[in-house]
Every structure is written in structure tokens, then in C-alpha cells.
Design a protein around this ligand. Sequence first.
Ligand SMILES: CSC[C@@H](O)[C@@H](O)C(=O)COP(=O)(O)O
Length: 346
Amino acid sequence: MSFRTIEWRDDKVVMIDQTRLPGEEVYCEYGDYKSVAEAIRGMIIRGAPAIGVAAAMGVALGAREIIADTQESFLRQLDNVCDVMARTRPTAVNLFWAIERMKRVAVCSCDKSLDELREILKVEAIRIEQEDLAICKAIGRHGAALIPEGATVLTHCNAGGLATAGYGTALGVIRAAHEAGKNIQVFADETRPWLQGARLTAWELMKDGIPVTLISDNMAGFFMNRGEITCCVVGADRIAANGDTANKIGTYSVAVLARENNIPFYVAAPISTLDLSLENGEQIPIEERHSREVTHLQGLPVAPEGIAVRNPAFDVTPARYIAGIITEKGVVTGDYSKKLKDLVTP
Ligand SMILES: CSC[C@@H](O)[C@@H](O)C(=O)COP(=O)(O)O
């Protein structure tokens, strides 16, 4: 991949600004945790695994900003930093998973000096980023086997290198199939209202020379019905214990259309996206974003001023529509309740 989504460089967090793609490839540098939190909220960085990495790096930056005399005071202040990071976006569980992992590491190392603690947290954040890249490659390897030669794969939103530390989950599967020499092509839903498909998926696949065709969201059924789509692969923001999956708004419609047209619908996600504390998808918190994302396009109004708007950013696809959940440990099919639990038990 010819871009870096996020990295720790010279004690700064550097991210590609996803609000400015595909027009401009601009990298932003952050030296304090509050601006990393703002970057997550403002979707400079987005996508479940990527915001997990960003939150971890934000906590590591915050640790460097803490002035404390004792370990207790350091840990108390670190909790405040974690709270700020946790209030950025509510749906993707990877964010909370990464924050908890950082907290655990801090608590387990509280016999160390404060300087050592800060270093340990930095190393852990970088480890989360590097692990995510390796996990995406493993997801790709497992998922590629599901993609037939000559397939047209429909994807929704951006579950690519931009949404992870690199390589991607859904796009990781597509990349791996392409790298294995399969002659495949992608149909990318534009993904209203934020246009992750048009702006990000189209950009990163074109950059990598993977054939991609952009369609508007309401065209998916047309192409499925004509037999032009072989399978669907999407990412996930949170997967409940029974396999119900929250992902970008519009994913549910794709899954229902795929079922109607006998097309397999796969979810690709790391195990850090599982939230087994939730019995089913109804319990997943759904972020509602600003109405302006719906009423405006590139700053220009596309609706009458004052119109009532709803803007849920995610929806939940019931497990019964999902042909398989592709993880770094393999593909889970069938009885998700039991098999997802087995996946996380060491
Ligand atoms: C590998 S990313 C999976 C999901 O996070 C992705 O499909 C998605 O819904 C992203 O939503 P976003 O609002 O752009 O953060």
C-alpha cells in the first residue's frame, strides 16, 4: 500500500486526513491527546480498527502530558485521558477494546518509574498498530478462499487500509484474492451520507490497481438482480455474541438484498470487534451524527433549510443474513453464539 493510515513518528501521531481524500493526500500531526480525540470525532481518522489504534496512541500521548508525583496520581490522570478518548465515537468497540488494553498495561506496570510507564504505553500503542496490520493480512488469507475466480465483489463503506492500520478487513479479503492471482473486480457502494465508498474505497483500490466500479447505494439491488454480483464482503464495527453485526448505515439493506438474490454476504473483522458482553445487536449503541452530513454535499446544501433530518451512522445486520464471519483465526459459519465464544477462549 502506498499510504500510511496512522503512525507514531517522533513522539507525534501522524494520520492521513480522510476528510480531504480523494482530492488531497494530506498528513496531520498531533502532539496531544485532546487533538487526537478531536481527530477521531471529526473523522480525520475513521473505521473501527483504525480508531482503536488512534485511541491507543492518544492514550500514549496523554501519558506523556501527565504531571504526577506518584503512580497512583498518574493512573488517576490516565483514567481521565481514557475517558476523553472513550467519549469520541460510541459504536465501534475496537476503540473501547484498545483503551482497556492500554489501561491494563498501565496498571500491570505500576511498579515501574513514571518515565518507564510512559515508554511502556508508547510501545503498547505501536504494538496494537503492528498487530492490526498482521491481523488484517490473516483475515485476507482466510477470506480469499471464499472469493471465486472471476468474482464481482460488492462492498459497502470503507473497510480497507484506511479503516485499519493497513491492508483492511473486507478490502483485505479482496486484496488477498487479487494478490493470489484471481481475476476479480469490486463494486463499491458510494455509501451516503459520508461517501466512504466513493471517496475512500474507490481511491485506495484504484491506487492499488484493483478493478473497481463505483455505484450509488440504491443501485446494489439492480446489479444483484441481474446476476452481476457474486458475493458481498463488508467490515464491522461491533459484533454481538449471537453474530448480529453493526456496520455502516446501509449494510443491512445490502444483506437483505443479497439474501433475496441468493448471494453470499460475508463480514470480515478482527476478534477485537467482537463484543460478547452483548447478547444481540439490539444492544449495540448506534451513533447519530450531525444533520449537515445529510443536508450538504461538499459544503453545498442539497435539501431545504430547516428540514428535519435523521442521521444514524450505523445499522445492525441480523446474524441470519451472514454467510460467514471472517476473522484472523478463520471463518465462522452457522451457530455464531457458540463458535464466536470458542474463538475468544484461549
Ligand atoms: C475495517 S472498518 C469496518 C467498519 O468500521 C466500517 O465498515 C465502517 O462502518 C466505518 O464507519 P465510519 O463511520 O467511517 O468510521
